[in-house]
Design a protein around this ligand. Sequence first.
Ligand code: ADP
Length: 495
Amino acid sequence: MTSLNPATTQFLSAQPLKLFVGGKWIEAQSGKTFETLDPGEGRVLAKVSAGDSADVDAAVAAAQEAFRKSGWATMPVNDRAVILHRLADLITKHQEILAQIESLDVGKPRGQAAAFDVPHAAQTLRYYADLAVHTRRREPIAVSGFDVRTLRVPYGVCGFIFPWNFPFLLIGWGVAPALAAGNTVVIKPAEDTPLSTLYFAKLAEEAGVPPGVINVVTGFGETAGAALARHPGLKRMSFTGSPEIGRLIAEACGRNLVPVKLELGGKGAAVVFDDVNVDAVAESLAAAVTLNAGQVCCTATRWLVHEKIRDAFVKKVVATLGAMKIGYGADPETNLGPVVSEKQRTRVLGYLDKGVKGGATLLLEGGRAEVKGHERGYYVKPALLTGDPGNVCAREEIFGPVAFLMPFNDEDKVIELVNSSPYGLANSVWSGNLERANRVAEKLVAGNSWINAHNLFAHGIPYGGCNLSGCGGGVLGPDTLSDYLRNQTVARPLA
Ligand code: ADP
């Protein structure tokens, strides 16, 4: 059940796992290491080098050098695309190993990592490699009396700081467009989940990505992350994580006038009208709120259900959530793995406590879950609360398998309620009446409105937030490639 591919075991046994800087695998200059845990077992998975500002300096210097000298930025775009497709081929070839690593490090079901996280990253890489080939890099401009053209050139070194919920998938969303455009990158994965990013670097090396184009500095946020965010050698920065840290990153980048892309949290709503197949919607929302143990920025955590179907919905959803198979990621039966850390479990349980003390009622109790044979893992049962929209669990991002149900009976009021959140990442509308669904979807203020589905991702469909959920243009759309190309206009008077 838990058997690993020998290549996964070999990768994990080369401890401490090293940083990847300038095409070389090196230990942190301080010699320090940290431990990454298997959240399903609560045990140490691997020792990893703890990079800090000295290592970040070396990584940025290597990326600068590679930008100037490796030929990556200037090579014909189709040659670059060939290398990126080779990298995508290798990701596909190593899919089983990557899924095992991701499942061990994050806790997510192995099958989900193999079916979603890993192939999705490979597809995104292919999408941007191809899009770059079809993007005009030299645009003539017709202005009387001038010979003018605008070149679209890569920026230089781009920094990326990633969270722990989708470490591998987010490399595709974040880094792929930057690389396809010809930039070089320094990646700081989350300290809880550094492993698949290191494996990505290993595959990039094998694919023939020139040394220094991709650099990985593992380490903590306050040291490695902060050093990267404030580095004056960056030309662009991208951060995915909490709004609190996003603010710090934006402040640091602001000082250096480095443009920044922020993908932050959310408090997504699902608006369920009374003309739906209640059982089917209940099953879909139960699946949405438990995907990745609820550790998904855009998931639906506020369930606004028409009062006419409220009781039938609650009955079905409580039964569905209650029947979830909570278990270890490698168990093929598991559809709800552990949360990523003890800290995260404490946070989720703390919210349930605060929510109830604040007047909410538990429709499904939630709480700590014990999994036989994995007693030290960080398992949490799904929970469903109901109560006032002002309740802390209805307002704040919990990042666990917890939903908050609120009945409604008026279209305008429910739109107002959804839009009262300071976040603006993704919501969904569920109705048999497509005219109504489209009308409401357009009025919800967020980067994404989904109809009769929640958590819809595909390369080519822009994804991103507004308000507290982020800024800087989002990811995954065709425009994201343009975010990594700057304009340079060359003009000459003809007279
Ligand atoms: P979470 O609360 O979900 O762990 P964070 O926003 O704290 O999310 O972390 C997301 C990423 O930001 C991680 O890679 C983390 O190491 C990094 N990080 C945390 N604090 C800082 C900081 N002060 N400066 C830069 N990066 C940070």
